[in-house]
Write a protein that binds this ligand. Sequence first.
Ligand SMILES: Nc1ncnc2c1ncn2[C@@H]1O[C@H](COP(=O)(O)OP(=O)(O)OP(=O)(O)O)[C@@H](O)[C@H]1O
Ligand SMILES: [Mg+2]
Length: 280
Amino acid sequence: MARQSRIHGVSGRDAGDPTGALLQVDNVSLEYRTPERVVRATHRVSFDLHEADRFVLLGPSGCGKSTLLKAIGGFIAPVEGEIRLDGHRVTAPGPDRIVVFQEFDQLPPWKTVMQNVMFPLLASRTLGRKEAAERALHYLDKVGLAAFADVHPHQLSGGMKQRVAIARALAMQPRVLLMDEPFAALDALTRRKMQEELLELWDDVRFTLLFVTHSIEEALVVGNRIALLSPHPGRMRAEINSHDFTLASQGGVEFQAAAQRLHNMLFEAPVEPRQERLVA
Ligand SMILES: Nc1ncnc2c1ncn2[C@@H]1O[C@H](COP(=O)(O)OP(=O)(O)OP(=O)(O)O)[C@@H](O)[C@H]1O
Ligand SMILES: [Mg+2]
């Protein structure tokens, strides 16, 4: 299968996953080890992503959302459990999983917008220069920035920089687009606009999205499914279907009720025992 040959940093079974899941996070525990202590960031977290899902990880600060994305990205290995993409165990980073971060400085400032979007395509030898330029322009056009191809990042607003980062990620045509609070540093109006544009892009391109946020409203608007994580260390508390909600439903009675339910689940649940231990 052509798309299998694009997968890097994955090993294991030959066939795709029999359940049809694109990405499986299976009983995954993640830890940070320092000389003095071991910090458990997530505890036995499981969820599946299917093709064209908009799956949201929602949880309080410190519950391990970014750590989970890093593990799916192949940057850190689980101490327990397994992450599989198309049925193959994730063991290293690869161009099939691209991350968009919160920070505006994720674009090298010495490259133009166009060069920024082309760079991963060239560095991963996905495309030659001419094809990379065409693809970069195609995705810059999709985020409304084709006219800014030749400017440098410092000439762009925060929202525009995030659009470039999204175009750069989509240009790689990853199996999963990973977004870590990509709109959290934007003002409220721009944030809303970016959520709207992301949903329009998804309607157009139908990529598979794993989106991290600690905003309940953003989770309901962006996601079709939401995984709710407990406070540190993150455990799966609930999985919620949210495909009925859009930006237009914000403020409506059902949206408010759903937001309240999520709020209660996040803040009124019993406090979990701390999972930090000293190294013997
Ligand atoms: N490099 C590190 N070394 C040791 N502990 C870390 C490291 N990075 C994160 N942690 C710890 O792991 C836990 C999970 O951190 P993580 O950054 O994944 O949380 P998060 O859910 O993304 O939080 P936020 O919403 O604030 O971004 C936290 O308790 C944090 O202190
Ligand atoms: Mg984080």
